[in-house]
Design a protein around this ligand. Structure first.
Ligand code: ZN
Length: 147
């Protein structure tokens, strides 16, 4: 258990993978369910796609990335039905974090991208004791316990 940080409108939030590990929850199953219809069909079997080499277009650096996540970022997240009017706020925030490679964002920044409701509403949706999809405040590195 880390330090409980009470999130504010300026708190950076991200998907915390320790949360997934602690629960033994399968992130890839969730990732797959957020793919567009075409990709979901293509990757119907999770074993069919592993890690792939991805070349950063800006730096030409090669990194190993999850093929599912890569498809979501480069294809599915650009589809108009990725986030719709009906998408609940917490889910919209989750999908934005997936699309931006889990770069931490504040409720203010998330609201600007979602373009509806208010930063306060997003904070309320994400900052309760009920963690949605592992979205948690980024713990400042100086207070992170040493392994
Ligand atoms: Zn797709």
């Amino acid at each position: 258990m880390g330090l409980w940080v009470k999130p504010s409108l300026d708190t950076k939030l991200h998907i915390n993978f320790d949360w997934w590990k602690e629960r033994g929850a399968n992130f890839r199953v969730v990732l797959q369910s957020r793919l567009c219809d075409e990709c979901r069909e293509k990757y119907a079997s999770l074993g069919a796609v592993g890690e792939i080499d991805w070349i950063d277009p800006d730096t030409a650096e090669i990194t190993r990335v999850d093929g599912l996540w890569h498809s979501l970022r480069t294809c599915c997240s650009h589809k108009p039905n990725y986030i719709t009017e009906q998408t609940p706020l917490a889910e919209a925030a989750f999908r934005i974090l997936l699309a931006n490679d889990n770069t931490p964002l504040t409720p203010v920044e998330l609201q600007r991208i979602i373009g509806k409701r208010t930063p306060e509403a997003i904070l309320t949706a994400l900052a309760g004791k009920q963690v949605y999809m592992g979205i948690k405040p980024v713990v400042p590195s100086k207070s992170r316990p040493k392994k």
